[in-house]
Write a protein that binds this ligand. Structure first.
Ligand code: IMP
Ligand code: MG
Length: 183
């Protein structure tokens, strides 16, 4: 893909970098207060949540551990196939931790629903879900994040960790993807 083709896919900026950072700092302060004195484990779901996790963990001012899981929801273009697969699991036992799952986006809710069930069965001290983005219009399972930073309309978004066919994760903001651009 050329630089020009790359830029054609960016329809408009939906959430600027500064707004994302402001919200993350606020949520980081909230976690710092709520979890002081508790063993905290932040679990990020790869690949999409790696950027969010990197900023969120640096907004938390108490000791916390970080861990990664890889859950793949298979996509045909920009729509989910409904098939979720855990391709990399956590290495540690979570029963002695208060766990916070950091997710990039809740769309149909299937990915997170599977991950929450899996982690809940391992008896953590507590389990919460924080998502950067929430697209409630498309929900197919009954799932709500404990904290959602931004609620967005039903558009396909890219940037700040989110991809379209593995491209655009490196944009520092959230943008709407132009589905017509490289069709
Ligand atoms: P769900 O299982 O339908 O909730 O989908 C969750 C996963 O699908 C997210 O972790 C993303 O990786 C991906 N996804 C859902 N909506 C979008 C989007 O608008 N842009 C990019 N990826 C998305
Ligand atoms: Mg993805």
């Amino acid at each position: 893909m050329t630089k020009q083709e790359f830029e054609k896919g960016i329809k408009r900026v939906l959430i600027p970098q500064t707004e994302i950072q402001e919200k993350i700092q606020a949520v980081g302060a909230q976690i710092t207060k709520e979890y002081e004195g508790k063993p905290l484990l932040l679990v990020s779901i790869l690949n999409g949540a790696f950027v969010f996790m990197a900023d969120l963990c640096r907004a938390i001012r108490i000791p916390c551990e970080t861990a990664f899981m890889c859950a793949k929801s298979y996509y045909n273009g920009t729509t989910s196939s409904g098939i979720v697969k855990i391709t990399m699991d956590l290495a540690q036992d979570i029963c002695n931790y208060h766990v916070i799952i950091a997710e990039d986006i809740i769309d149909t809710g299937r990915t997170l629903n599977d991950v929450v069930k899996l982690l809940q069965a391992r008896n953590p001290l507590s389990l919460k879900v924080i998502t950067l983005l929430d697209k409630p219009d498309r929900r197919l399972v009954d799932l709500k994040a404990d904290i959602s930073l931004f609620t967005i309309p039903d558009v396909f978004v890219i940037g700040y960790g989110l991809d379209c066919a593995e491209i655009y994760r490196n944009l520092p903001y959230i943008a709407e993807y132009d589905e017509e651009a490289n069709a």
